[in-house]
Design a protein around this ligand. Structure first.
Ligand code: GTP
Ligand code: MN
Ligand code: MN
Ligand code: MN
Ligand code: MN
Length: 199
């Protein structure tokens, strides 16, 4: 377990902590950009009200709801669809650094990953832009993560050079590796390039 990470049981034992749950929804796709660059996977993130990129989800109240029920409630608000999230979709949880939130109680962020069908992902995008109550308020729009690199360095590197909430950027990068969505060498190249772009 990496530093800052907790077990699920350990995290829930902290009754004085605030908890937030976010999820990476994704699917496989055969679509090609410009008819020749494989897109490989559609991964959904969102542009938040504060201008930062993050995953859909939010604060949950473990004394009143399970982590997964709380996450589903947040998804209904932010995406406009009822998506069942299971305990087995839980990837990890970690203690957010004190500087990342203003309240006095500590924040524990739980991360989930859920694989879906391409049609379901497109339905989520449609509802998120139309019926979701938070659309245009807490959530400015859903965005797909470009996993490819174009000839002139476009794609993943410029995407990673944007600003992310909390540790959403490493949640994304770790997931790409763990789920074998990109070759490690390609990812490391993009990470290096993204740092040059953001300075
Ligand atoms: P409110 O309804 O305004 O309370 O927002 P919310 O319930 O949707 O909460 P939000 O999604 O903003 O998440 C709560 C906190 O979790 C944020 O203030 C961040 O500190 C953190 N957070 C938000 N998104 C992410 C994310 O994608 N990854 C991680 N690790 N943390 C996040
Ligand atoms: Mn929310
Ligand atoms: Mn949210
Ligand atoms: Mn909320
Ligand atoms: Mn809200």
């Amino acid at each position: 377990m990496a530093s800052g990470q907790l077990s699920r049981a350990g995290a829930l034992a902290c009754t004085g902590c605030r908890h937030a749950c976010h999820v990476m929804l994704y699917c496989d796709t055969k679509t090609q950009l410009f008819g020749r660059i494989p897109i490989r996977h559609i991964i959904l993130m969102q542009m938040r009200f504060d201008g930062l990129l993050g995953f859909p989800g939010g604060y949950v109240t473990p004394s009143e709801e399970t982590l997964e029920a709380g996450l589903s409630r947040e998804l209904l608000e932010e995406l406009g669809v009822a998506l069942p999230i299971l305990a087995e979709d839980h990837v990890d949880c970690c203690q957010a650094p004190a500087s990342s939130h203003s309240s006095t109680s500590r924040l524990i962020t739980h991360f989930y990953v859920k694989k879906m069908e391409e049609e379901q992902i497109k339905e989520v995008e449609k509802e998120a832009a139309s019926t979701a109550t938070d659309h245009g308020q807490e959530v400015l729009g859903m965005v797909r993560v470009p996993l490819y690199t174009t000839k002139n360095g476009g794609g993943l590197a410029p995407f990673l050079s944007h600003s992310f909430i909390g540790n959403a950027r490493s949640q994304l990068v770790d997931s790409l590796l763990r789920l074998d969505m990109i070759a490690p060498e390609e990812l490391h190249k993009a990470l290096g390039h993204s740092l040059k772009l953001s300075t």
